[in-house]
Design a binder for this molecule. Structure first.
Ligand SMILES: [Zn+2]
Length: 260
């Protein structure tokens, strides 16, 4: 478990000990403000992680609310355990079993929600001053997988552009180190997605139609353990091309059980 200080902002991160190919060095839970504080993404339900969150929150005058960027277990699982320590604290998110439903532009205490669908259809980022808590919309390193949903990839790119317009000076991501040059990171994310699209269009133009050959061409840098996630993202890319009338006939769409 690691503590992350965010210079110039009244924000502290607590990183859980759940490293992995998707969680990088672990999930970052963020506690913002004080008297009282707000918690973004309680993280996995590990006893020591919850204990650390409760200690930080108590040092900051208690907790006024819990906001979830999305409902994946590595971000939301400890919600119940933290609520057990702060029984009247409301839980807010865009979906799921929550107390306060949020949508794009909603405020929750000192947090402002900004819709960033893509990794999950109901994903939110939270703005706190000139900082953004980005969950799995933008990570500290690497890229995220996009979960197919109508317009998922186009909406994801739009969310990134809207974050880019906010003149932020730090991103506090759900995984990986904090990002001190948000404009550069967001530009990198947008151009990364457009580069994948350009390579996919080239592969299709070259006659590639099967999932494996498209992945070999376009995601040749993906390590084996991330290939299933790349296939999920490939489906979102194919959906975008289909929406735009740019998908040739006869292209195999990846089969999968649902969002990972
Ligand atoms: Zn995550």
């Amino acid at each position: 478990m690691t503590r992350i200080d965010v210079p110039g902002h009244d924000i502290v991160g607590v990183r859980a000990s759940n490293p992995g190919p998707f969680t990088l060095t672990g999930t970052n839970s963020w506690i913002v403000g004080r008297d009282p504080a707000w918690l973004v993404d309680p993280g996995p339900a590990f006893h020591d992680h919850v204990k650390a969150l409760v200690e930080v929150a108590n040092r900051r005058g208690g907790l006024a609310g819990i906001a979830l960027t999305h409902q994946h277990a590595d971000h939301a699982e400890a919600t119940g355990a933290v609520c057990g320590e702060f029984p009247d604290v409301p839980v807010a998110a865009a979906a799921g079993a929550i107390d306060v439903p949020l949508a794009d532009g909603s405020t929750f205490g000192s947090l402002e929600a900004l819709a960033t669908p893509g990794h999950a259809p109901d994903h939110l980022a939270f703005l706190f001053g000139t900082a953004a808590l980005t969950g799995d919309a933008v990570l500290g390193e690497g890229s995220v997988f996009i979960s197919p949903d109508p317009k998922a990839l186009a909406s994801y790119l739009e969310g990134l552009s809207r974050l880019r317009e906010r003149n932020l000076d730090v991103l506090c991501p759900g995984h990986g180190p904090m990002v001190c040059d948000p404009a550069a990171k967001l530009d990198e994310y947008i151009s990364h997605r457009l580069d994948r699209e350009r390579r996919l269009v080239a592969a299709l133009a070259g006659g590639k139609r099967g999932v494996d050959e498209m992945l070999d061409d376009v995601w040749d840098d993906a390590p084996p353990e991330l290939r299933p996630a790349a296939a999920v993202t490939l489906a979102a890319h194919l959906d975008k091309l289909a929406d735009e009338g740019r998908l040739p006939p006869g292209v195999e769409r990846p089969a999968f059980a649902g969002p990972a």
